[in-house]
Design a protein around this ligand. Structure first.
Ligand SMILES: [Zn+2]
Ligand SMILES: [Zn+2]
Length: 93
């Protein structure tokens, strides 16, 4: 599938709906986007149900990071890097 140019319904500017994005959208059974990335992100920012970020201190490396969920008290929290590392370790074993 080649990249396609779509006129944004909001700002009327054309934006590129790339081959990669198209694949992603089709995999998720989503409709072709009608707004450019700029208008889409503006919409996302004003969304009241946008996920909040919670600040955490990584249990493993001590780095500050944010996570999209409320960390449970008494449970170890990992920064993104350590989380991914532990996940890939789990996958290997
Ligand atoms: Zn737009
Ligand atoms: Zn860490």
């Amino acid at each position: 599938m080649p990249d396609v140019e779509i006129p944004c319904v909001q700002c009327k500017e054309t934006f590129v709906f790339s081959e990669k994005e198209q694949e992603l959208f089709y995999q998720r059974n989503m409709m072709t986007p009608q707004r450019c990335a700029k208008c889409r992100s503006k919409k996302a920012v004003t969304r009241p149900d946008a996920p909040a970020r919670f600040e955490i201190v990584c249990d493993h490396c001590g780095r500050h990071d944010t996570v999209p969920f409320q960390p449970k008290v008494g449970r170890s929290v990992l920064c993104k890097d350590c989380f991914e590392a532990s996940r890939s370790r789990a996958r290997q074993s």
